[in-house]
Structures are given as C-alpha cells and as structure tokens.
Design a protein around this ligand. Structure first.
Ligand code: GDP
Ligand code: K
Ligand code: MG
Length: 303
C-alpha cells in the first residue's frame, strides 16, 4: 500500500545546555505540567525526560536532559553526559538554552557537542532578570560565530506568552509524519518515576549546599489499595541513599524535622499529580561510594 500523506507533524526536540539555565522549567512550561523536577542546584535533572504536547496537527516531543558535566569523571557523571550526547544525536531540533545575561565557558563546552546538520535554536532564557539588554547583542554574535543557529529566541520560561511563542518558532522544523503519542499523553514515564523524583526535588530544595549531589532515591514499595473513602490510594516507600553518616544526619534534621518536611511536601505534590491519596514513607541509608559504582548507578535507573 502507498503511504498516506499526513497533515500531522511530529518531531523530537532536545532541550540542552549547562546546569541551571532553566531547561527543566522550560520543559514543564511547554508541556503544561510538572514533568521534570527543578531546583537552584546543579544535577537536579539526572535522566532524559520526555514531555509531549500536541497543538493542532503538530506533536512536539521534548527531551529534557541533565546539564552537561565537565568537572569530575565519576560513573554518575559519565552516565549523565551519555544522556546528553544521546539526546542530541537523534532529534529534529535542538533548543540550546543559555542564561540571557550570562554566557560562560560551560555554555561553550556544551555548544561544541551540537551537530552541524541538526537545526538549533538559541534560547536566551531568564530574560526577566536581565537589566542591561544592550549587553546581549555582542554576546549573541559570539555564540552565532561558534555555531550557525537557525534562530535566536530571547525569553523567560516563567512567561506564558514567551513559552507559547516558542511553539510557533519550533513548528516548521518538525517533519510531516504521524504522531508517536496519543493526543493527551504528556510523558512516556510511569507514575513511579515522578514519585522518586519528587522526593529528590524536595531533598535538593530543603537541604543546604552542604549536602553533596551524591544522593539518590529508590522506590522500594508501591502498593495500590482499594479504599472505601478515596478514589485511589497508594502506599509508597522510598529510600534516600547517601554517601556518609553525616549526610544522613543532615537529611533527618533535628528531631526528624527535615525528613518530615521532605516527606510532607513530596506527598502533597504527588497527591495532586496522581489525583490519589498517598501514604509516603521515607528511609535514609548510607552506601559509601555509590556514585562511583557502575552497578549501583544503574540500579537507580541511570543508564
Ligand atoms: P536546569 O538545571 O537547566 O534544568 O534548570 P532548572 O529548570 O532546574 O532551573 C534552575 C533555576 O532557574 C530554578 O531555580 C528555576 O526556578 C530558575 N529559572 C528557570 N527559568 C527561569 C526564568 O525564566 N527566569 C528566572 N528568573 N528564573 C528561572
Ligand atoms: K537545576
Ligand atoms: Mg534540569
């Protein structure tokens, strides 16, 4: 049979850039739901996360990526970087995100990974905190010299109008082909994934800079139970794994206060996301050296 011509468009759009430029915030804004966790700390995003949005005939499949790590070569960092290079290799379009007011060597290093034959849009994010816009132009020229960007979009991921405009900019780069996901599907991840991610987000947000990024969250138990009172009821047990006893103490906090708060905030947000009653138990375990142990890194779901 002859392939039918389709009016549908569908394409993969990778969101890349150095840590903390706002990639995950942008993905969530584009999808219209919190798919990817965010915080002011580097290494918040540890997986390639897919977010889907269908508008009219066009389906945008966005891949959020970890920020490219250039400092230490641990098993965890190698896995994070593989997620970035893998995401860039096979897409229709790249959104290369930088902070509008602040280009650095870190941006240049990620820039060097871009393939010349895949169109890339330079997204200058956090425009809301740029005070001297005149200083933008020379920096942008420098970026343009380093890579032939197809377009340049100054914006703020916190501004809904800017986010809407970005769809129009991206659309023409997506090929005519049938959709890969249903019209209302938002992600390819199971519900268990946001559960562990939500705990990690609260952990990152509620602990100070003293807590190193080498902490991970595993879901040990996930039981859905029938309930006469709630539409859905789920019991979840999660374990936070850290490298040292001192880190464990930091997470638990005085009289268990910190851990309690992490649990309450994660549970509240999960209940909203899952539209269910959630019972969340969190344990903290010490496993020294996990971030440099290939097998253990894999066991937390990092490829
Ligand atoms: P990622 O590491 O690139 O994924 O960055 P995140 O999405 O986790 O964001 C890092 C920090 O920047 C968070 O505190 C966000 O709230 C903040 N952020 C993201 N986008 C914007 C923006 O457009 N304007 C401002 N002012 N802050 C932003
Ligand atoms: K971050
Ligand atoms: Mg992120």
């Amino acid at each position: 049979p002859v392939a039918e011509a389709t009016t549908q468009r569908c394409g993969l759009v990778a969101i890349v850039g150095k840590p903390n430029v706002g990639k995950s915030t942008l993905l969530n804004a584009l999808v219209g739901q919190k798919i990817s966790i965010t915080s002011a700390k580097a290494q918040t995003t540890r997986h390639r996360i897919t977010g889907v949005r269908t508008i009219g005939e066009t389906q945008y499949v966005f891949a959020d990526t970890p920020g490219f790590q250039t400092r230490h070569s641990t098993a965890l960092n190698r896995s994070l970087n593989k997620a970035v290079t893998g995401a860039i290799a096979d897409v229709d379009l790249v959104l290369f995100v930088v902070e509008a007011g602040n280009f650095t060597l870190g941006d240049a290093k990620v820039l060097a990974l871009l393939k010349p034959d895949i169109p890339a849009i330079l997204v200058a994010n956090k425009l809301d905190v740029v005070h001297r816009r005149a200083e933008l132009a020379p920096r942008l020229r420098d970026m343009q010299q380093r890579h032939p960007f197809a377009e340049f979009v100054p914006m703020s991921a916190r501004n809904a109008k800017d986010v809407d405009r970005l769809f129009g900019v991206c659309e023409k780069y997506l090929p005519h082909q049938p959709w890969m996901y249903g019209e209302d599907e938002l992600t390819d991840r199971s519900e268990k994934f946001p559960a562990s991610e939500m705990v990690r987000e609260k952990l990152f947000r509620l602990t100070g800079d003293e807590l190193p990024y080498t902490s991970a969250v595993a879901i040990e138990k996930w039981e859905e139970e029938p309930s006469p009172k709630f539409k859905r009821m789920v019991r979840i047990a999660a374990t936070i794994v850290v490298e040292r006893e001192s880190h464990k103490a930091m997470i638990i906090g005085e009289g268990g206060e910190k851990l309690k708060r992490i649990g309450t905030e994660a549970r509240t947000e999960l209940e909203r996301l899952m539209d269910a009653k959630v019972f969340l138990q969190i344990f903290v375990k010490v496993r020294s050296g996990w971030a440099d142990d290939e097998a253990r890194v894999r066991s937390f779901g990092y490829e």
